[in-house]
Write a protein that binds this ligand. Structure first.
Ligand code: FMN
Length: 249
């Protein structure tokens, strides 16, 4: 599966089967985590079942049906940059897991934080967890209803673009914003706005910060935008931060 297909296939999986994950798949995720941690000030970790067979993290059964056998713990500095990089690199991991056939879900709130065990350096926090497992063969009605209700909030692509009318925007920017809309964001707020200045430079901004998770959403949105732009033949990389520019290669 290509990365762009993974962007299309991914969804927040809230019902898992009890099928175990082969060692080679876990190793591929572990390798990706190693590269992410080596190259950035992040401390992502992968956890399988505990010694007594119980899951490493406890997902709220109000939201989820069953549990995943593995979890990524997205641990990193409690800073604005940390939050954004957790978004960007956490979503790299989510897209890889999708390519490997796994279901995933970003989870910041609906798990038992008080019972969460993970390794932390000074200044680290557990930003989010990502359950990793095979999707249940049939998604229960409750989980289908939850997703449909959240996805009803989808923004119109034009609402995520400033500085140019949607109809006048270059095709690659429109495609990139459509890819951002397919992506995950906390309670599907889709808080990122892409601003194009008079020179055609694109900036990614979060005009309103409510929960603090918007910076993680910003990192996720930047990754999706960048991957879709590359797919349109426009290679570039983002500056970090709210208002960071997309610098063409
Ligand atoms: C930073 C972040 C935190 C999230 N936290 C939760 C959560 O605690 N519980 C949950 O069920 N979904 C959570 N989500 C998933 C979003 O609700 C989901 O991405 C959004 O509704 C879009 O739906 P989709 O991912 O199925 O396309 C979170 C997503 C992000 C990006």
């Amino acid at each position: 599966m290509k990365t762009m297909e993974a962007i299309e296939e991914r969804f927040s999986c809230r019902a898992y089967s009890d099928k175990s994950i082969p060692d080679a798949v876990i190793q591929a995720l572990q390798n990706e985590i190693q590269v992410i941690n080596d190259d950035n000030d992040l401390n992502f970790q992968l956890y399988g079942a505990l010694e007594d067979g119980s899951p490493a993290f406890s997902l709220s059964q109000q939201m989820f049906a069953g549990t995943a056998p593995w979890f990524a713990a997205l641990v990193g500095p409690d800073t604005d940059l940390g939050k954004e990089q957790v978004g960007y690199f956490g979503e790299c991991l989510v897209l890889l897991a999708t390519q490997l056939g796994l279901g995933t879900c970003w989870v910041a709130g609906t798990f038992d934080r008080s019972a969460a065990k993970f390794e932390a350096r000074e200044g680290d926090v557990l930003h989010d967890i990502i359950p990793l497992g095979y999707a249940a063969e049939k998604t229960p009605l409750k989980q289908r209803t939850v997703r449909a209700a959240l996805r009803k909030r989808d923004k119109k692509p034009g609402a995520m673009l400033k500085g140019v009318n949607w109809d006048d925007a270059p095709a690659w920017i429109k495609d990139a914003i459509e890819s951002v809309i397919l992506g995950p964001s906390a309670v599907n707020e889709q808080p990122v706005v892409f601003e194009i200045d008079a020179d055609g430079v694109v900036r990614a901004t979060v005009p309103t910060i409510k929960s603090g998770l918007e910076l993680t959403d910003l990192g996720i949105a930047k990754l999706h935008f960048q991957l879709a732009a590359g797919n349109s033949g426009i290679a570039g990389a983002w500056e970090w931060g709210d208002g960071g520019r997309f610098l063409l290669a």
